[in-house]
Unconditional design. Structure first.
Length: 552
């Protein structure tokens, strides 16, 4: 008869054996992380006189069928005109309408095709073949520059005399490929002709640009394939989000200081703000109440402060309207369907700050490339006694620094950093008086300049140099240092912290300092840009010379 001690001993033995078994290494060998490959196709690469209505692709691994089906691009056939059938590792595509005679076709399998172990194809594979005795051999290659390693779609549209513009969010391109994770791409099988190229990250995985979703860039110029020029290289892209939506007016509130605070759906361009672009109407009397002052709030570029010529009576309803002349940071004008809000004034509840500073107190290691400023955001009575100003700069001894503050606008005061001393502390004093107050308010923010002995320089030249050039050095931590090139293309990044930098340059577009990546509709070319191929090591008190950047 088995007693309870025997049962307990048997349970302990089972637990011990299970614990030992759990320490045995898993079987099956190392996890397969190699990308899948195409080991057979019909048609084969550059095959002539192909006439079948079926295309066969065989992989070396079992694939996630859906990811392959979605990665197939075979213009001019749409997905609805192709039947997909699988047998093990082999895909058969049945074309549901006849293929054309004497034509070069390009079948692209996108980089997102995935095997059952989660390995992507890694880069797009294009199979070029012909239904006639000749095959088009034109090619375009280049690189997509992006901070994120991912595949980008590059599409080419044939440019004809009747083509005014293209709509890449609707029109399917005849030629398409994808970059690998390093950004490099090759597009093959192009016929003789002129082509317009675009690049986007294709988040919908349908080879069509998704406006407001995908990152986008135009090419810098059209590409010409001729009988004598069959290969064009260095067609590069630098994509970013393309914002074409119109800003909208969301709300209006009355602040306790008597100002109106407007909130927009997007960041607003301060240069487009003017008192004449706003209307405040009393809904009872239909009276338009004049706006005396308007300014964008620098603590939140979505907000605008209005000051009216006279206070708004409470217990009333007003209509606040923003005109179309107001623009966002992408130069999109104000929406005319969403430009008016209702303001019901029962009480003033918002209490905005009197000032804003874009740097914290006791900021250290400030360089001359930084921008320090403060903004007065509430109505104030400026203190103008003899020898004093609204905003002043003082050194560590308390001595006033002449020219240390530059008044950028009626409310913005910028610190002039160019002539300040190495490793020295400074204080920005804001002296103001809120409307109705009897005494001045004083706020001081301190900062310390960087030790100049730890800085280095980069000198070089950008070609061609027939326009204004901007050069940017980007440090490993993402901080950027920007300088304008001289008229002869020479540039000097003077006094930047030691570190490793990536260097790029581009032509300035209008007056903006940001790179212009083109526009999708109406189509606009991107500005030429160039990237220095190697990282540059900046050392203290040393100049890295001879850096040459070529704009494509």
């Amino acid at each position: 008869m088995i007693n309870r001690w025997q049962v307990l001993l048997a349970c302990c033995l089972i637990i011990f054996i299970a614990g030992c078994a759990g320490q045995v290494p898993p079987s099956g060998g190392p996890v397969d992380k190699t990308p899948p490959r195409i080991v057979y196709s019909s048609p084969s690469q550059k095959q002539l006189n192909f006439t079948s209505q079926e295309i066969v692709i065989r992989f070396d691994k079992y694939m996630v069928e859906r990811t392959v089906d979605n990665a197939i691009y075979f213009p001019p056939f749409s997905a609805k005109e192709i039947g997909f059938g699988w047998s093990g590792k082999e895909l058969t595509m049945k074309l549901l309408r006849p293929i054309e005679k004497n034509r070069t076709y390009i079948l692209t399998v996108g980089a997102g095709a995935q095997d059952t172990r989660g390995n992507d194809l890694g880069k797009a594979i294009s199979i070029v073949f012909s239904t006639g005795s000749n095959i088009d051999t034109g090619s375009v290659s280049g690189r997509v520059y992006s901070s994120k390693a991912q595949a980008y779609t590059v599409s080419a549209y044939a440019v004809t005399d009747s083509m005014d513009t293209l709509r890449p969010f609707v029109d399917l391109a005849k030629y398409v490929t994808q970059s690998d994770d390093s950004g490099r791409y090759v597009m093959q099988g192009l016929a003789v002709g002129r082509y317009r190229l675009i690049c986007f990250d294709d988040q919908m995985k349908n080879f069509t640009y998704a406006l407001q979703m995908d990152k986008y860039a135009s090419a810098m110029h059209d590409v010409e394939i001729t009988d004598s020029v069959q290969s064009v290289s260095d067609i590069d892209f630098m994509p970013a989000s393309e914002d074409t939506s119109h800003p909208r007016l969301y709300s209006a509130d009355l602040a306790r200081d008597g100002t109106l605070l407007l909130k927009f759906s997007k960041a607003i361009d301060s240069a487009s703000i003017s008192p004449g672009y706003f209307f405040v109407r009393d809904s009872l009397t239909a009276e338009n109440l004049p706006v005396d002052y308007a300014v964008r709030r620098e603590d939140n570029n979505y907000d605008v402060t209005l000051i009216l010529t006279k206070p708004l009576p409470l217990k009333r309803t007003y209509l606040v309207t923003a005109l179309r002349s107001i623009r966002d940071l992408q130069s999109n004008k104000m929406s005319q369907e969403n430009n008016t809000v209702v303001l019901k004034l029962d009480s003033a509840t918002v209490n905005p700050p009197s000032f804003y500073s874009n740097f914290p107190d006791s900021l250290r290691d400030v360089t001359t490339y930084d921008t320090l400023f403060c903004q007065l955001v509430s109505p104030v009575a400026f203190h103008r006694d003899s020898g004093s100003v609204v905003v002043s700069l003082y050194d560590s001894t308390g001595a006033f620094v002449p020219g240390g503050i530059v008044r950028e606008s009626a409310t913005i005061f910028k610190v002039s950093l160019a002539k300040l001393q190495s490793f020295a502390w400074y204080g920005v004093e804001l002296r103001y008086r809120v409307a109705g107050a009897e005494k001045d308010s004083i706020v001081v923010h301190h900062f310390r300049m960087v030790d100049f002995s730890t800085l280095g320089d980069i000198e070089g030249e950008v070609t061609p140099n027939n326009r204004k050039i901007i050069v940017i050095a980007t440090r490993e931590d993402g901080k950027r240092f920007l300088v304008l090139g001289d008229s002869d293309g020479k540039f000097h990044l003077d006094g930047i912290p030691a570190g490793t930098y990536a260097l790029s340059a581009y032509f300035q577009h209008d007056e903006s300092l940001d790179y212009f990546r083109g526009a999708s509709y109406p189509y606009k070319f991107a500005e030429p840009f160039g990237v220095y191929p190697d990282p540059i090591k900046v050392r203290a008190r040393w100049t890295s010379e001879g850096v040459e950047i070529r704009l494509n």
